[in-house]
Design a protein around this ligand. Structure first.
Ligand code: ZN
Length: 406
């Protein structure tokens, strides 16, 4: 028989506390009366919880606003500086680590080039070095307030087990207990998540989708993956592998992909595939840094270079095909495009894929499914990873704070 989970009194209080804290984060600045309206909790419960959160330093009063009947209402906001988390973006060509406050603001970060095709111990050492050198730069007062680490990594991985299973092309990366390794090294609770899913949650909490509860974030970088947000939460699927959109087939006669499948979307839409096209026809635009290459390429297309436009049209065709599949499967409120391919080229890419989507999908009106660019920009990986740690904090704030200073 399947067990059902009841909530006992202390858990009810924790649930309500988390709900109030989350509501303040989302709608800040917000008054106690508005909190009552949104959460359906009684004014007495709201007053008691807010007082408690202010005493703990997590919430602060930020001013007054005149109410409808002339009485002034005090506005509340999260005390962003109360605690911090680290976000680590483990990308295939670089590792970035950043300090993020409770409001999702990135305060400082470090990035080093790293080739994840190297053997795992080398990459792990680089990762630890980046974190250590960032920590050294942070003043001790703030360092002492760091309560958790979030890591975004290419999948497949298991967030619940804290294990990276076997990302395509990762030499020597098989069943790596990354959560445990980092917790042992830095003595902070650590949470890992697929990078696209982490970016999706970052976009929901701090980016272009604050008011959108059902959307798909498409991460288009060295790899291509999706983070699916349903009712405001990450959808992981039974095997925690939902969203491997880059490895869905868009050409059954296409070349073999590193995942074992053929004609995968990633082969046509990754940053690498776009750069290959540029190399073939406009090799003089190629620079060592892929982001710089793309930035020059997009500028060349904007200037009207025919070959650049042809490459762009072909690239957006495949991207559009992928989006049509996403939209027809999920009928989301929005599809958000993010990461390296989009950072400097959203103005060129969005209208092209939008046209194809309107022609080919059931979602014919922009009101049904909006196509947006991430507005977190180049830091999306770090902010997304940090959001994974913040998620755990907001779910059970006192659990993490207790560890701090102990
Ligand atoms: Zn594949």
């Amino acid at each position: 028989m399947k067990k059902r989970q009841g909530r006992n009194l202390p858990e009810v209080r924790n649930y309500n506390r988390s709900l109030v804290l989350q509501t303040i984060r989302t709608y800040s600045p917000i008054s106690r009366i508005e909190l009552t309206e949104i959460t359906s909790l009684t004014p007495t419960t709201i007053t008691s919880l807010v007082d408690e959160l202010i005493r703990k330093g997590l919430v602060r009063e930020v001013g007054n606003v005149k109410g409808e009947i002339g009485r002034s209402r005090t506005l509340l906001s999260i005390n962003n500086d109360a605690y911090y988390v680290l976000g680590i973006d483990l990308a295939r060509t670089s590792i970035s680590c950043g300090l993020v406050d409770l409001g999702g603001n990135l305060l400082t970060s470090k990035r080093v080039n790293s080739d994840l095709y190297q053997h795992f111990p080398i990459t792990l050492n680089t990762l630890k070095d980046v974190v250590r050198s960032l920590l050294e730069e942070i003043e001790p007062k703030i360092r002492g307030k760091i309560i958790a680490i979030g890591i975004g990594s290419p999948g497949p991985l298991s967030p619940s087990k804290g294990i990276i299973i076997s990302p395509p092309n990762f030499t020597g990366w098989r069943n790596i207990p990354l959560k445990e390794i980092i917790e042992r090294e830095f003595h902070l609770p650590t949470f890992i998540e697929n990078d696209a899913k982490a970016c999706a949650l970052g976009e929901k909490w701090f980016g272009s989708c604050k008011d959108i509860d059902n959307f798909v974030y498409l991460a288009i970088g060295t790899g291509v993956g999706a983070g699916i947000i349903i009712n405001g939460e990450i959808y992981r699927g039974a095997g925690e592998l939902a969203g491997e959109l880059g490895h869905t087939t868009v050409d059954i006669n296409g070349p073999k992909c590193s995942c074992g499948n053929y004609g995968c979307l990633e082969l046509y839409t990754s940053v690498g595939s776009l750069i290959e096209r540029i190399k073939e026809k406009l090799s003089h635009l190629i620079k060592e840094d892929p982001l710089e290459t793309l930035s020059i390429f997009y500028r060349t297309a904007r200037e009207g270079n025919i070959e650049a436009i042809e490459i762009l049209n072909d690239y957006c065709f495949w991207l559009g095909v992928g989006l049509v599949n996403v939209i027809n499967t999920f009928s989301p409120q929005a599809v958000v495009l993010g990461r390296e391919a989009i950072i400097n080229g959203a103005d060129l890419i969005i209208p092209r894929v939008e046209r194809l989507v309107r022609e080919r999908s059931f979602s014919i009106s922009p009101e049904q499914t909006r196509i947006l660019a991430s507005n977190i920009g180049k830091d999306t990986g770090v902010v997304g990873a940090a959001t994974i740690a913040l998620y755990e904090f907001y779910k059970n704030p006192y659990k993490m704070i207790k560890k701090e200073g102990s």
